[in-house]
Design a protein around this ligand. Structure first.
Ligand SMILES: [Zn+2]
Ligand SMILES: [Zn+2]
Length: 166
């Protein structure tokens, strides 16, 4: 997925591309549907070239609470800078500095999207999850299990505590 930055002749060029997740190494991460890039390439008089835009995709997640699959969207800002004089300093954290006019775009899109993946996956803020005792999906059915079940180890401690207070 390489692009030649020198092939952009205008000061500002719109860059819109779609990628199959597997072409940029994202099939393992659960990405489904096309990955979309909406960006522009900006050439400065100084020779610097910026690529700025947004990359988005849809991911199939498994809910941490109820284990059901659901899908969600992810979008991330992408900002790349090629500086021929390598005078780059004081950059925002999310800017990738690139050293060559030949750019492996897929690699940066992949890194951006992976950084955008949530650390916790929950199908809905109201998800009730699975019953810790019978394993039933509480979003779909109710069960008769004791809800305020106390861990047996804690129960022992509670008894000791009660005795001490007597
Ligand atoms: Zn859930
Ligand atoms: Zn139950």
């Amino acid at each position: 997925m390489e692009i030649e930055l020198s092939s952009f002749k205008e000061k500002i060029t719109k860059l819109e591309r779609n990628f199959e997740p597997k072409t940029i190494g994202l099939e393992e991460e659960g990405f489904v549907d096309l990955i979309e890039l909406q960006a522009r390439v900006i050439k400065e008089e100084t020779g610097r070239i910026w690529l700025e835009g947004e990359v988005s995709g849809r991911v199939k997640f498994q809910c941490d609470r109820c284990l059901e699959e659901y899908s969600g969207s992810i979008s991330k800002t992408v900002r790349l800078l090629y500086d021929p004089k390598e005078e780059v300093n004081q950059l925002e954290d999310d800017t990738f500095v690139i050293s060559s006019e030949t750019l492996d775009l897929g690699k940066y899109l992949r890194d951006s999207l992976i950084l955008g993946l949530p650390s916790k996956n929950v199908c809905s803020p109201e998800c009730k999850g699975l019953c810790a005792q019978c394993g039933i999906n509480l979003n779909i059915e109710a069960c008769d299990c004791e809800k305020d079940h106390i861990d047996p180890r804690l129960e022992k401690l509670k008894k000791i505590k009660d005795k001490m207070e007597e």
